[in-house]
Design a protein around this ligand. Structure first.
Ligand SMILES: C[S@@+](CC[C@H](N)C(=O)[O-])C[C@H]1O[C@@H](n2cnc3c(N)ncnc32)[C@H](O)[C@@H]1O
Length: 340
């Protein structure tokens, strides 16, 4: 069975065109955000096909669903009907217009998930529609409680606003960055992991120590790495009596290490280290052979078009049954087996 975006994001057959579906918020994310923004009246500026509106309606007394595209607003109405929510006032209009601001002026919280230009090379706050800075300015008299989705590729320091920066990962992938203003802000930076809704908040935790490779390695959840919360992760782990150290990292991958197996919702994956060698094909093959590998997963920075060539080269001649993961940082190669 092929699973299209509709089936991956929604459990019901939502109405949408291709673009609306592409920009829509998956149910599990929308449910989490709605719980965090539970209030009396909330306004969703640029509600698209209503992915988020449905879940706001389940948590809040009333939702204003503002959208300037009439086709999308019709989809949003149909989708609210499909999910059986009735406490939504649909407003066809521009979020930046005075009349819209007046209509939603009794809202307790203003939310917006602005559209990002899909082709944009470097993610910024500048090209979002509706623009976050404009909404902050125009709605400052309505309420100080605002929240926005922003491009998750942006690092915390690139957001020069007084807000909480919450990075969210979904099934091990970075999915969202949400900015919370006013009393919605609970810290500077936070990370959430879905499913499970586990949250890690920034604090004054002491810096994580670096250490040499030990028996286990871990890839932290991308939301934790992006929110720069490795110190807080190490502290959380230490509170339970375990010690985790920073092993190596580059722009793409971060590895932590420990001598004892640690379980944490903030690890994407954990591996038992089976060996270490130099970045040399014959030496890596020798190690893979001696460890009875059959399949090899490459976990280092490699151009996608070279991935299968290199993988086939490493797998040639292997006859074992284990699937081993090959991590590489410069000259250093670490081979590990995933712990399920
Ligand atoms: C990323 S989509 C929102 C998706 C939505 N969260 C969902 O789950 O379907 C952003 C939406 O904002 C709308 N939009 C952009 N600028 C707007 C404006 N000034 N006023 C009202 N809507 C706007 C776009 O038409 C688009 O549908």
């Amino acid at each position: 069975m092929t699973r299209d975006k509709r089936t991956i994001k929604f459990t019901r057959p939502v109405a949408s065109n291709k673009e609306g579906l592409q920009l829509s918020t998956p149910e599990i994310v929308a449910a989490y955000i709605a719980k965090r923004l539970k209030t009396g009246i909330i306004a969703d500026l640029g509600c698209g096909i209503g992915g988020q509106v449905i879940f706001f309606a389940r948590e809040c007394k009333k939702v204003y669903a503002v959208e300037r595209n009439p086709e999308k607003l019709e989809y949003a109405k149909k989708n609210c009907e499909l999910y059986g929510v009735k406490n939504v006032e649909f407003i066809l209009g521009d979020a930046l217009e005075k009349s819209t601001i007046e209509t939603v002026s009794d809202a307790n919280i203003i939310f917006s998930d602005p559209a990002r230009p899909l082709s944009e090379k470097e993610r910024t706050l500048d090209n979002l529609e509706p623009p976050i800075i404009e909404i902050l300015r125009l709605y400052s008299d309505v309420t100080p409680e605002l929240a926005f989705h922003a491009p998750p590729q942006m690092s915390p320091s690139r957001i020069n606003l007084d807000c909480e920066r919450e990075y969210l990962s979904l099934n091990g992938q970075l999915n969202r960055l949400t900015l919370y203003f006013g009393s919605l802000k609970s810290c500077q930076r936070s990370a959430v992991v879905l499913p499970g809704e586990k949250r890690l908040l920034s604090s004054n935790a002491v810096a994580i120590k670096s250490g040499d490779l030990n028996d286990y390695i871990y890839e932290p959840e991308p939301s934790v790495v992006k929110a720069e919360l490795l110190d807080e992760l190490a502290y959380e782990v230490s509170e339970k009596g375990d010690e985790i150290l920073f092993y190596k990292g580059d722009g793409k991958r971060t590895l932590l290490t420990s001598s004892k197996l640690i379980v944490s919702p903030f690890f994407k994956d954990a591996y038992r280290v089976v060996g270490r060698t130099e970045n040399d094909v014959s030496m890596i093959k020798e190690l893979l052979k001696s460890e009875r590998a059959g399949k090899v997963v490459l976990r280092f920075d490699i151009e996608p078009e070279r991935y299968w060539d290199v993988r086939k080269k490493l797998e040639a001649g292997l006859s074992g049954s284990r699937t081993l993961h090959v991590f590489g940082f410069g000259k250093d190669i670490v081979v590990g087996e995933k712990i399920r």
